[in-house]
Design a protein around this ligand. Structure first.
Ligand code: NAD
Length: 329
């Protein structure tokens, strides 16, 4: 079976591609290689996949790739993925996440693609207070330009299923973490700053809660959904491992044996969602999937990986410093 994986050079997409090769799928990857994409993540499988450096908004090129590759399944990970960047400039988020998704859906429809896995996010639901959970039928009330662009892409997938019968399945994962994550997201930022004994920026008072899903669990869930999921359905993919940001930071400092006084509270992110929490009864009941990696195991593996791969992270540093100055000033 041939998979066309968009965003396969990204953090989660590359984990999915490595697992797909391992499972014996034929894989073609489409990735624009933005600042967030990196072929190093695919090094161990590079001779087993076909790679196209392509922008998903480029209709002609994507049509050509479909003609050549004739994929059975599209797994659509490509996106602008960082909330803070969407606050600085929403334009690339609307272009890639909305327009790019529409281009892919159109071309999948024209080619009678057998399955289209549309990767959304828990952020489409908006935010929760201390209590409650998001169910697959909870109304979408996204708050940031990023989550609005993802909710639009999510709803476009729904429309193509309802209107044209394109076999779309929507997947809404919670916050991922693990190896190869670009060091602009919370966990790698904390590891990197702590290793350099630099102040660790924490938004507000660090009370915001996220549900942490280890990246290999997220990719495994998508394979299970591809096999057992139903067209037109939505599946939440969560871990149940809710942690306050401040707890995450303290766990990392403890693993690295660094003092907590490195923590520096900075002005809160505008419109910062307080808490996300996914109800996962549906995926457990209908697909038989449950996350395997606990937060304690996952964070230890992640810290260890960054320590062993510090060269990769340091290559990103010069560019990152300019960006950090903009975001945490
Ligand atoms: P990432 O930013 O690490 O990777 C995104 C990839 O998409 C990069 O390789 C980038 O080069 C590529 N890309 C961006 N614009 C493109 C375009 N126009 N054409 C082709 N390729 C393009 O993101 P990630 O964290 O791996 O997230 C992957 C997907 O999962 C995204 O759809 C994201 O919204 C979703 N998601 C992520 C999380 C998370 O915690 N990281 C949680 C839930 C859902």
């Amino acid at each position: 079976m041939k998979l066309l994986v968009t965003g396969g050079a990204g953090f989660i997409g590359s984990e999915f591609v490595r697992q797909a090769v391992d499972k014996g799928y034929e894989v073609a990857v489409v990735d624009k290689l933005t600042y967030a994409g990196d072929l190093e993540r695919l090094k161990e499988v590079e001779d087993k996949i076909t790679f196209y450096k392509a922008d998903i908004t480029n209709r002609e090129f994507i049509e050509h790739i479909f003609k050549v590759e004739k994929p059975d399944v599209v797994v659509h990970w490509a996106a602008e993925s960082h909330v803070d960047r969407s606050i600085l400039d929403a334009t690339p988020f609307i272009e890639t996440n909305v327009k790019g998704t529409q281009v892919l859906l159109d071309i999948a429809k024209e080619n009678n693609t057998k399955q289209f896995i549309n990767i959304a996010t828990d952020e489409v639901y908006g935010e929760l207070g201390e209590e409650g959970q998001f169910y697959e039928d909870t109304p979408l009330v996204p708050n940031s330009p990023y989550s609005v662009s993802k909710a639009s892409a999510d709803m476009l997938g729904r429309a193509y299923y309802k209107t044209y019968g394109l076999p779309v399945i929507t997947v809404r994962p919670s916050n991922n973490y693990g190896w190869w994550q670009y060091p602009e997201k919370l966990i790698p930022v904390v590891i990197l700053k702590a290793l350099n004994d630099e102040p660790i920026p924490v938004y507000g008072t660090g009370e915001n809660v996220r549900e942490w899903l280890f990246v290999s669990d997220c990719a495994e869930a998508v394979f299970e959904i591809m096999e057992k999921g139903k067209d037109g359905e939505i599946y939440n993919v969560g871990s149940g491992e809710e942690r306050k940001n401040i707890e995450v930071v303290k766990a990392i400092l403890s693993l690295l044996n660094k003092p907590e006084d490195l923590i520096t509270f900075v002005k809160d992110r505008p419109g910062h969602d307080f808490r996300y929490s996914l109800n996962t009864d549906k995926i457990e009941r209908e697909i038989g999937w449950k996350a395997k990696v606990t937060f304690e195991e996952g964070i230890e593996k992640t810290v260890k990986w960054y320590l062993e791969n510090i060269d990769w992270v340091e290559k990103k540093l010069k560019y990152l410093k300019e960006y950090w100055n903009k975001v945490y000033s």
